[in-house]
Design a protein around this ligand. Structure first.
Ligand SMILES: *Cc1c(COP(=O)(O)O)cnc(C)c1O
Ligand code: SF4
Length: 357
């Protein structure tokens, strides 16, 4: 960094400096994210009184909202569907029967190195606990990240265990958000995965192209395009308004880097539990080069009960989407059931015994 800042003082700024500025702008954008509910509300022209159940402190799971995401909210609308996803409410403190701190059984599947082996042929590696946004409905909002991930020792253990098991053909980088790692750390991780001969695919589950599109730099696209593993990026958008011009540009560039782009959404009351919204989301995703993959029924995580949509309503929405959209734009309506090695199509989940809804 030092030589570069010296270079910046020269009269003609060399190109490498400018490029490097562009490529680290996302860290600056992250530092500037809203962390106080009152600041976010003021930016939207709303007074805190406009949100009767506001919980400004939210000490357990702090508010975090990048400015690029806030810029897509409608000023003056206390019920904006993007705002609802990120604004802490007192309702999160209610204890509701059926909602728990580890709703999908991750804590029991963990093998201590941040490697989760819940799914046949796939290994899920938690590479960081950090995210650029704190989604209030997140199923990992109580996850013990501090006990996992990140340290070189743990990564070595995880890599060794992937290398030992030829049944694993796909590694899923998860978190947190794996694109919170900077290019150097991500590159180092990819290099180690490249040394494992039985791996065919790399999957990255990330919300950053949507909520922090500046993270999708040309350097990141080159890094991902340079992998010999077939690379799938699963993004996470729940509402068509999340896909603004910047996110579209980021996704188009990832598509040009020959990544397969899929989206997963969570069905959320007051956000996207309406047919026109879900139709518009699928169509907007397609414009961005992304195919809808999953529409998840909410994981029953403590603090998120106010987002729940009944199974009956979810099934009605799913049927309406099938009637209105081509098959490739209809996401699979699924739920995660602890201890089951795949997502369960909602239509069948009654047979497994849906816990609550
Ligand atoms: C379900 C799930 C997976 C595995 O997904 P498949 O597409 O069913 O292989 C990986 N990561 C997360 C976070 C999931 O919820
Ligand atoms: S980005 Fe994903 S992991 Fe992070 S808070 Fe949102 S839902 Fe949870």
């Amino acid at each position: 960094m030092v030589p570069r800042s010296i270079a910046a003082c020269q009269t003609t700024t060399p190109e490498p400096f400018r490029r490097s500025e562009r490529e680290t702008a996302w860290k600056h954008d992250l530092a500037e994210a809203y962390r106080q509910a009152d600041d976010l509300l003021a930016a939207l022209g709303l007074s805190p009184e406009a949100i009767p159940d506001l919980d400004s402190a939210a000490p357990g799971f702090r508010m975090l909202v990048p400015r690029a995401f806030a810029a897509l909210m409608t000023p003056g609308d206390p019920r904006d569907p993007l705002l609802r996803q990120v604004l802490p409410l007192g309702a999160e403190r209610l204890s509701v029967a059926g909602f728990s701190r580890d709703p999908v059984g991750d804590a029991s599947a963990d093998v201590g190195s941040g490697l989760l082996r819940k799914y046949a042929g796939r290994a899920l590696l938690i590479v960081t606990g950090g995210c650029a946004v704190h989604c209030r409905y997140c199923f990992r909002r109580h996850f013990p990240y501090a006990a996992l991930g990140e340290t070189p020792d743990r990564t070595a253990v995880a890599m060794a265990s992937i290398a030992e098991d030829p049944e694993i053909s796909e590694v899923i980088l998860s978190g947190g958000d794996p694109l919170m790692l900077d290019d150097d750390r991500l590159g180092a991780l990819l290099e180690r995965l490249h040394e494992i001969p039985h791996l065919k695919r790399l999957r990255i589950h990330t919300r950053l192209p949507v909520v922090l599109p500046s993270r999708v730099t040309d350097a990141l696209c080159r890094l991902l395009a340079g992998s010999h593993l077939a690379t799938i990026l699963v993004v996470h958008a729940n509402h068509p308004s999340e896909l603004g011009a910047q996110a579209e540009d980021a996704l188009q560039r990832l598509g040009r880097a020959h990544l397969t782009l899929l989206n997963q959404s969570v069905l959320l009351s007051g956000v996207n539990d309406a047919v026109p919204t879900l139709v518009a989301l699928s169509e907007r995703l397609f414009e961005c080069g992304v195919l809808p993959y999953y529409l998840h029924q909410l994981d029953l995580v403590e603090g998120a009960a106010h987002f729940a949509v009944s199974d009956a309503q979810a099934l009605r929405l799913g049927e309406a989407l099938r009637q209105r959209l081509p098959g490739y734009l209809v996401p699979r309506l699924v739920r995660e059931v602890p201890g089951v090695g795949s997502k369960i199509p909602l239509i069948d989940s009654a047979r497994i015994g849906s816990p609550l809804l």
